[in-house]
Design a protein around this ligand. Structure first.
Ligand SMILES: [Zn+2]
Length: 499
């Protein structure tokens, strides 16, 4: 596709072509923290309760009530900030963000403004790029408007409000506006999601809204340093939606700019069904939040020991684990990233390797293909899988030439639900490969006698003819011959000139 064609905007999503325009993306991510209770009251922090069951005068904003900071939420936010490499401030301040919306009974949200909990930091992506973090702060969630009766039909012209989510502890993480592509934006979210689960800061459940993303995007002529006018796409709740919405927005802005127009600064929504973003409101309608320090809450003052305690609770982080897998087990970067995708999967792999250390690469293949497929088919988690030591025992039979890969898959399928060892299963099913010389020799003699043409070709220097003869042995043995041993014997016999 030429530059001239791509600037018509008719090109499909993607636009990796050189358009002369540079993409600039910034993300604001809201993460619900995994606490027992809400941010400023004792109500339960739980998804899925009956509407308005988890509320009290504090989170409903009754006059005269006083919020009290949930210290567990502060600790989880500190841990998350440290995992992301942020600088945690010794003093941070809660502020009121004032606006009216029916899901916000207080008329303001308690957030942090000019003195957030943490600043700086960054997340390394598998691509090698790094996404730098601007700030991380604590706040409370708002309620939820329902445009349908729960479990019922639509409510034309009316809405219901569920305040259960009011006051749920949130961390907002804002990146620097310097992500260069929708793919990197998606990768960042995926790594961030891993960090949430690794640290236990959040359950990361996107379907339940534990991780939500607002994405802004602008374009500027390549080489320009000033930022272009940005648009913001609100409330993206899946990795794919973030990439899709940003791809659409990039195309749309490119079309506006290259046809001589100006991008309007506005907030847009994404429609997953059509893949299109639509304008919600322009900047002129945007709020002035009249931030001021929250008078009912003390300054958050953190001791060095308190921050240190959370630092000590940090696990090995996904990118560190991934690099270690690559170096220690000789895996490719993508393999290492996949296997370190969750703590449970990484632990499974390492336990299997511990049981069969020479099989570190073969085990990686079996885990990524056979194991993951079986988990998917059974709709279970890796914790419910066949014990890693048993998987390792199956792989060891392949590595030693006892089982063909095909036979090993049968053994694995049996071993999953049985108490027999993989060795016993291989014997019972008669799947062990024949390496016994006398039987292999008999098959080799047959193959040589019956295939004069191939023998002549091989002796004439055509190596492929040997493969054909091995194939004949495999067929005669109905797949039980060990192919490498069969090949050796053939080679020897043909070199001898013997029959
Ligand atoms: Zn409450």
């Amino acid at each position: 596709m030429s530059v001239a064609q791509s600037t018509t905007g008719a090109g499909a999503v993607g636009v990796p072509v050189d358009t002369g325009w540079e993409t600039v993306i910034g993300l604001e991510v809201h993460v619900q923290l995994r606490t027992r209770t809400k941010m400023f009251c004792r109500c339960e922090n739980r998804f899925g309760a009956e509407p308005n069951d988890l509320v009290c005068p504090v989170c409903l904003g009754y006059p005269g009530t006083l919020p009290v900071t949930n210290q567990r939420a502060v600790d989880l936010a500190i841990r998350l900030a440290l995992a992301l490499g942020c600088e945690v401030r010794r003093r941070s301040v809660f502020a009121r963000k004032n606006y009216f919306y029916p899901d916000l009974p207080k008329g303001y949200q308690i957030s942090q403004y000019d003195q957030p909990l943490a600043e700086g930091g960054g997340v390394p992506l598998p691509s090698g790029n790094t996404v730098r973090i601007h700030r991380l702060h604590l706040e409370e969630d708002a309620g939820k408007l329902l445009h349908e009766v729960p479990g019922g039909g639509p409510l034309p012209g009316r809405s219901l409000v569920d305040f259960n989510r009011c006051g749920v502890p949130l961390v907002e993480i804002v990146t620097e506006p310097e992500i260069g592509s929708p793919a990197d934006a998606q990768a960042y979210l995926q790594v961030l999601h891993q960090v949430l689960l690794y640290t236990g800061a959040s359950d990361g459940n996107m379907e339940e809204g534990s991780l939500r993303c607002d994405a802004n995007l602008s374009l500027r002529p390549a080489g320009e340093t000033a930022l272009g006018t940005k648009t913001e796409v609100k409330n993206l709740n899946s990795f794919r939606h973030v990439a899709k919405a940003l791809e659409y927005e990039r195309e749309r802005q490119l079309h506006v700019l290259t046809s001589g127009g100006r991008v309007e600064q506005e907030t847009r929504s994404f429609e997953p069904a059509t893949g299109v973003t639509r304008s919600l409101r322009s900047k002129e309608e945007a709020h002035d939040y009249r931030y001021f320090p929250e008078p009912d809450l003390p300054t958050v003052v953190l001791s060095g020991e308190r921050i240190e305690r959370q630092a000590n609770r940090l696990p090995e982080l996904p990118w560190t684990k991934s690099a270690r897998f690559r170096d220690a087990y000789g895996l490719r970067s993508e393999e290492a990233a996949l296997l370190s995708g969750s703590v449970a999967l990484a632990t499974y792999y390492e336990r299997a390797v511990a049981a069969h250390p020479q099989g570190k690469r073969t085990i990686a293949n079996w885990v990524m293909t056979e194991l993951l497929r079986e988990l998917k088919e059974r709709s279970i988690d890796v914790e419910q899988a066949i014990a890693p030591e048993r998987l390792a025992a199956v792989v060891a039979l392949v590595d030693s030439g006892e089982l063909s890969t095909t036979a090993a898959k049968d053994v694995l399928a049996e071993a999953w639900d049985s108490s027999e060892t993989p060795d016993q299963i291989a014997d019972r099913l008669g799947l062990r490969q024949v390496r016994d010389d006398s039987r292999l020799e008999a098959w080799a003699d047959e193959a040589i006698a019956a295939n004069e043409k191939a023998v002549t070709e091989y002796r004439g220097g055509r190596q492929q003819a040997l493969g054909y003869l091995v194939g004949q042995i495999m067929r005669a043995s109905r797949g039980s011959a060990e192919p490498r041993a069969a090949q050796e014997i053939l080679r020897r016999k043909l070199a001898d000139g013997g029959q």
